[in-house]
Write a new protein. Structure first.
Length: 249
């Protein structure tokens, strides 16, 4: 099964008008065919229209977070429906920073996935991953399976899903998972999806790695059989992202 590589750039809570204009100029130098490598950038919600305006059309732009509720009296929230209505095709849910700093439990993440799934044409990047103490106590797969178990019943079309495996201990630390560590978890995740959902879904599901991906480690990671791309944080704010985009080819 050939899976189209997927590379996301999560700009997190970073960016100014000036820095996004500058970064877009640098990223626009990347040469890639979107039918061969899908590249999606996630600016803050406030910067989405600017990023769309400044980035060349080969890039897609998505939303870092959505509300667990629909439209109504929910101050500060952006609904999945609004994201789709604005013509965006991608949302991210379950990032560990949302779980850690904003109290998002597996149940909340599942509610968000359900909201996104209702919007036809909206693709969902679902982030999962274990903390250091969980890895050290051999609970990596237990944690990842529990996080997956919460969202599986909410997914209506697996073609619209990308799973981002992001070990929390590797995020923003410079301590990247080794290709062996990444491959082991990705393989187990695919096996789990195969058992739980079906072999065809598992074979076509993109499972991408996130956590201190850089221009110097991306090539060895992408060679792993079950690593279908990356979700990149810090390095997506730099010119190095151009090299990361080129890693699958
Ligand atoms: O969403 C991206 C991840 O949190 C990875 O961030 O590449 O800065 O470690 P990082």
């Amino acid at each position: 099964m050939t899976r189209t590589p997927w590379i996301g750039g999560n700009w997190k809570s970073n960016g100014t008008v000036a820095s996004i204009c500058e970064l877009s100029k640098e990223l626009n130098q990347a040469s890639f065919n979107p039918s061969q490598t899908q590249v999606v950038l996630f600016p803050t919600a406030l910067h989405i229209s600017l990023a769309k305006e400044k980035l060349k059309n080969e890039f897609q732009v998505g939303c870092q977070n959505i509300s667990k509720t629909g439209a109504g009296a929910y101050t500060g929230e952006i609904t999945a429906e609004m994201v789709a209505d604005m013509g965006l095709k991608w949302v991210m849910v379950g990032h560990s920073e949302r779980r850690q700093y904003y109290g998002e439990t597996n149940e909340v993440v599942a509610e968000k996935v359900a909201m996104a799934a209702k919007q036809e044409g909206l693709n969902i990047v679902i982030c999962i991953g274990e903390k250091l103490e969980e890895r050290e106590s051999n609970k990596t797969m237990e944690v990842c399976r529990t996080q997956m178990e919460a969202v599986i019943p909410k997914i209506t079309n697996w073609d619209r899903v990308v799973i981002a495996y992001e070990p929390v201990w590797a995020i923003g630390t410079g301590k990247v998972a080794t290709p062996e560590q990444a491959q082991e978890v990705h393989h187990e995740l695919r096996k789990f999806v195969s058992e739980r959902v079906g072999a065809n879904v598992a074979a076509s599901l993109r499972i991408v790695y996130g956590g201190s991906v850089s221009d110097s480690n991306c090539v060895s990671l992408i060679k792993c059989e079950d690593v279908d791309g990356f979700l990149v944080g810090g390095a997506s704010l730099k010119k190095a992202f151009v090299d990361i985009i080129g890693a699958p080819s």
